[in-house]
Design a protein around this ligand. Structure first.
Ligand SMILES: NC(=O)C1=CN([C@@H]2O[C@H](COP(=O)(O)OP(=O)(O)OC[C@H]3O[C@@H](n4cnc5c(N)ncnc54)[C@H](OP(=O)(O)O)[C@@H]3O)[C@@H](O)[C@H]2O)[C@H](O)CC1
Ligand code: K
Length: 509
């Protein structure tokens, strides 16, 4: 698991060490320089004669970068510091000069921005030390002009954070120099894991400088080993009801495929059984594809409501909205007999149109940005899709507050917000943005929730962890289905068994 702490928590952890005179900046700068040397060797095979530009802002972020530049200069790298503010970290600048580094003061010569940008663009590496956790708002002034003028070319190493991202919320309020690598100190920060800023981070390297972060992380990222560690592997005493039965309300005569995709994914993720609820024509299609599915009503340990179901009640819904409402009532434990008490539910696509105003945390809503906008507007928020895409964390958290449900906001980075917990999962290859991928995710999640049904109802935060885990399995299965190439949603479902087997095998490794 990768854990990210807020700026305030990182500063609080730094405080006592700084007060005790612990040389945090030296540690940060040395680790940064070491990584840059490794990158230079990997990319040029030699360090001597390579050229590095250090973009230095006014604060300690610039200080880190300048001290690292001094280490590089002492190793024979031609280092140029580009100062973007009339203030600079004196110690770092002095160290860089003493080591033979050159200095270009853009603050004193703003007319040189374009020329300097052209020179920097020809370097081997650029260290982005313009601003770090002290950032407020969009990158401004000379720093913004320089970043905007920089072209492609150099290997960009962001110092602590790509300058100008929303460090706590992952927004990108203005120009940001996209990094090939981010070397962050002490702990990851939320903006390094959250979209859209996460797309500008490149390879993330977390450097231990001796900070101790005690409180709960602001954002977590599950890794495959975390999912493997909690997978409910059946034993001799298990049967389909202990494995977890999934109730599935999906598809219509117009969109039968969604039902096949969700059912296939649920079966292949290891459901004890899948009970399909829907029009006969669709049931026949589902059974033809997955004969393991049953259509008889009965006990379930989770519900999946909505894939391929239209958001509005009209003749095209084939009664699916009513079946969906019945499923959600059962999931709340309101229908005695059909299910013994409340069970988790996945509410996807058309199901989102009739999910009630307030939900239990064991309901997992799985909207994309446009569907989340609709849910938010239904709760009185005047928000557009573009707002949700610009600040996914903010709006997923708002939707959780308004509905009480766990929110899985689908995207290139999937954000999951539950009771007191947030995950940001970047497991999906871009190829997974294809028709039916959401239906497959819903089926995977339905089975994973069914397998831990009672626990999930018991622990309000657990639904979010399971949902984040489903995003991991979904992304890994897509990679396994067609590594590095186009992927069809049904192939993702087919690849789940092998994906899970590989996860479990890695536990023993
Ligand atoms: N404290 C330590 O010894 C260690 C710190 N680490 C590194 O330090 C930074 C945090 O340093 P800090 O000085 O608190 O802040 P920054 O350098 O990140 O930024 C503050 C300066 O940047 C200007 N600023 C703020 N927002 C913007 C913006 N949007 N555009 C341009 N410039 C901006 C701000 O200017 P003001 O006008 O607002 O004053 C400040 O001048 C941390 O990230 C680490 O890199 C070490 O990691 C550990 C030791
Ligand atoms: K930076």
């Amino acid at each position: 698991m990768i854990s990210a702490w807020s700026v305030a928590d990182v500063r609080a952890a730094e405080e006592p060490l700084l007060a005790a005179g612990v040389p945090l900046m030296d540690r940060a700068a040395f680790a940064l320089a070491t990584q840059v040397l490794a990158d230079l060797r990997a990319r040029r095979r030699s360090v001597r004669g390579s050229r590095v530009s250090v973009l230095a802002g006014a604060g300690n972020n610039g200080g880190d970068a300048l001290f690292a530049g001094a280490v590089l200069a002492r190793r024979g790298v031609a280092v140029r510091a580009v100062l973007t503010s009339d203030r600079v970290h004196d110690g770092g600048l002095a160290a860089l000069r003493a080591a033979g580094g050159r200095v270009v003061d853009l603050a004193a010569a703003p007319e040189r921005v374009r020329d300097v940008a052209a020179e920097v663009s020809r370097d081997d590496v650029v260290l982005d030390g313009l601003v770090g956790i002290g950032a407020s708002g969009a990158l401004r002034g000379r720093a913004a002009e320089l970043v905007t003028a920089l072209g492609e070319g150099p290997w960009v190493v962001a110092v602590d954070t790509p300058s100008g991202i929303g460090v706590d919320d992952g927004t990108v309020p203005g120009p940001v120099l996209a990094a090939d690598r981010t070397v962050t100190f002490g702990a990851a920060k939320p903006g390094l894991l959250l979209p859209p800023a996460a797309h500008l981070v490149g390879d993330l390297t977390v450097v231990d400088i001796g900070l101790t972060l005690t409180g709960p992380p602001a954002v977590r990222r599950l890794e495959p080993s975390d999912v493997a560690g909690t997978w409910p592997v059946p034993g001799a005493e298990d049967h389909k009801y202990t494995r977890g039965v999934v109730g599935l309300v999906a598809g219509t005569a117009t969109f039968p495929g969604a039902a096949v995709l969700a059912a296939s994914a649920a079966v292949r993720t290891g459901a004890g059984m899948v009970r399909y609820r829907g029009p006969d024509a669709v049931a026949r299609t589902v059974l033809a594809a997955r004969p393991e599915v049953v259509t008889a009503p009965g006990r379930v340990q989770s519900w999946v409501i909505g894939p391929g179901v239209p958001p509005t009640a009209d003749d095209a819904d084939d009664g699916q909205l009513d079946r969906g409402r019945a499923g959600l009532a059962a999931a709340r434990g309101e229908l005695a007999g059909l299910s013994r008490g409340p069970v988790p539910a996945v509410v996807d696509a058309g199901g989102l149109s009739f999910v009630a105003e307030s939900c239990p945390p064991w309901f997992v809503l799985t909207p994309h940005a446009g569907e989340l906008r609709t849910v938010l507007r239904r709760h009185g928020e005047d928000v557009h899709r573009a707002d949700v895409e610009a600040a996914p964390l903010t709006w997923a958290r708002r939707a959780h507050e308004l509905t009480g449900a766990t929110i899985l906001l689908k995207g290139a980075v999937t954000v999951v917000v539950g009771d007191g917990v947030t995950y940001a999962q970047a497991d999906a290859p871009a190829w997974l943005s294809t028709a039916g991928a959401g239906d497959v995710l819903a089926g995977i999640l339905g089975t994973m929730l069914a397998g831990r049904s009672a626990e999930v109802v018991e622990d309000p935060a657990l639904a979010a962890e399971v949902a984040a885990g489903a995003a991991v399995v979904h992304g890994l299965a897509a990679e396994r289905a067609d590594p590095g190439g186009p992927v069809a949603a049904l192939d993702v479902a087919e690849a789940v068994p092998g994906t899970v087997a590989e996860l479990l095998a890695s536990r023993g490794a």
